[in-house]
Design a protein around this ligand. Structure first.
Ligand SMILES: NC(=O)c1ccc[n+]([C@@H]2O[C@H](COP(=O)([O-])OP(=O)(O)OC[C@H]3O[C@@H](n4cnc5c(N)ncnc54)[C@H](O)[C@@H]3O)[C@@H](O)[C@H]2O)c1
Length: 437
């Protein structure tokens, strides 16, 4: 199948890199977003999100005349849906006494509905948004059928998940292996024809539900494995073991690869996507459900560790270093570090947070320090919550000169405890049961 014009719906971290990369490869792209502000920004050749290499690509695409943005779709050869699929905050699911989070599919539904008036025989529609199993067949196909055309017979329909890593999106979009699940084999083939425009990685064709499962399995695998690392950190604490040492020794086993413990799991993928499987089959997902519970509870373990280090939390001044959900990104969504800060405050601690990637973040109830020095001043303890490179490079002696705090709690094993001890700090690392030694 040949594609001259495509329409990409949802111009965020996934949609915009995808749209601009297609445009850079000679395809006319109409980018669609519900936000007029985003549309205006893009049509001026500017961008609204941070991603290395993206601005240049969008500028090039706009200048070549191959890319323009609008709030409504138009007729095209192919439509790609890349809108958000967060979980719902207004309602929980419940089954046999177990409650779980529900996927918010409203953006996917309205994006599919917006295509209906423009859908033509022979078109290709691709869903890229991470979605519960059977979404393409059971949710998208019936909506598109309102056009009078049938998926798999009159037009092609496929699911193709995104696996890119923020910070590396422009490269990974091209180099990563890509799975394309068609509602029919012909739909998968049409999807391959489209992405082959720029994808250099392997392209695997399968059915749409397999492709949906693959994406959810990937992120659930990560979540469950982080959960066991976190559970090991609690066990190590109980038994007087250093979990970090224990993991590195265990990982010498040729078939063992234990992941890294920490304050929990955040971001908008790994902490969200496993719920899509639980919601779809609560009876079949006890392990996935409990892994989510373990990771969501890990901030409490951090707070316990801080409490033990300080004796009490009430009235204690704490400098929290890092709020992002993982090192060296500015993304604070679903971050366990923010949960730790909130829990500490609920116990009466007075917390100042310093996030070098987003010093002015506006988070309800969290006091952001404008500088590291501001956070350090007056602090009675330092709490390392994210392993940002900037924090790893801190000189403990220089820090000691800026704060009266002499207690450090390291929730990510980011600091060399010997150098901090030498600088006069009492060091407590998550998952080291030193009170038992
Ligand atoms: N960001 C990632 O690293 C990543 C990786 C893999 C998968 N995903 C998945 O990709 C999907 C998109 O994620 P994202 O990070 O790009 O989201 P995002 O929030 O960055 O961008 C989504 C965009 O869609 C727009 N939008 C919402 N409803 C719309 C509608 N009905 N019509 C048109 N536009 C609409 C929003 O205004 C926003 O600009 C999600 O399902 C996510 O889980 C994301």
């Amino acid at each position: 199948m040949k594609f001259q014009k495509i329409c990409v719906i949802g111009l965020g971290y996934i949609g915009l890199p995808t749209a601009s990369t297609f445009a850079a490869h000679g395809i006319k792209v109409l980018g669609v977003d519900v936000s007029q502000q985003i549309i205006d920004t893009l049509n001026q050749g500017e961008i609204h999100i941070q991603e290395p290499g993206l601005h240049e690509e969008v500028k090039k695409a706009a200048e070549s005349g191959n890319f323009y943005a609008a709030t409504q779709p138009a007729e095209a050869d192919a439509f790609i849906i890349a809108v958000p699929t967060p979980f719902r905050h207004d309602e929980l699911g419940e089954h046999n006494g177990v409650t779980y989070k529900l996927a918010d599919m409203s953006a996917v539904i309205s994006a599919a509905e917006s295509i209906v008036p423009f859908l033509r025989r022979g078109n290709l529609v691709i869903l890229e948004s991470t979605s519960p199993p059977r979404t393409t067949a059971d949710l998208i196909a019936p909506i598109l059928a309102r056009s009078g055309l049938l998926a798999g017979r009159d037009f092609h329909l496929a699911y193709s998940p995104e696996r890119v890593l923020p910070g590396q999106i422009m490269r990974e979009l091209i180099e990563n292996a890509r799975v394309i699940g068609g509602i029919t084999p012909e739909s998968a083939q049409a999807g391959r024809d489209l992405y082959a425009t720029f994808v250099k990685g392997q392209i695997i064709q399968t059915d749409s539900t397999t492709a949906e499962m693959v994406k959810l399995m990937e992120n659930t695998y990560r979540d469950v494995n982080i959960a066991i690392a976190n559970e090991f950190s609690r066990l190590a604490d109980k038994f007087g073991v250093d979990v970090w040492d224990a993991i590195s020794i265990a990982n010498l086993h040729p078939r063992v690869k234990i992941l890294t413990p920490g304050p929990g799991v955040g971001g908008h993928c790994i902490s969200v996507d496993p719920w899509f499987l639980v919601e779809s089959a609560p009876d079949l997902t006890p392990l996935i459900y409990h892994a989510r519970q373990v990771n969501d509870a890990q901030p409490h373990f951090v707070v316990e560790t801080v409490q033990r280090a300080l004796g009490t939390l009430n009235g204690k001044k704490i400098a929290a270093l890092g709020l992002a959900y993982k090192p060296d990104v500015d993304d604070l969504r679903e971050s366990p570090a923010t949960e730790v800060v909130r829990l500490l405050q609920a116990e009466g601690a007075v917390v100042k947070a310093w996030e070098p990637f987003k010093p002015n973040a506006n988070l309800a109830g969290i006091h952001m320090s404008p500088t590291l020095d501001d956070a350090l001043q007056d602090a009675e303890a330092l709490l390392l919550l994210v392993n940002h490179a900037e924090f790893k490079q801190l000189n403990p002696a220089a820090v000691a000169a800026k704060t009266k705090a002499r207690i450090v709690v390291d929730a990510v094993n980011g600091w060399n405890d010997e150098t901090w001890k030498k600088a006069g700090f009492d060091v407590h690392v998550l998952g080291i049961g030193k009170q038992h030694h």
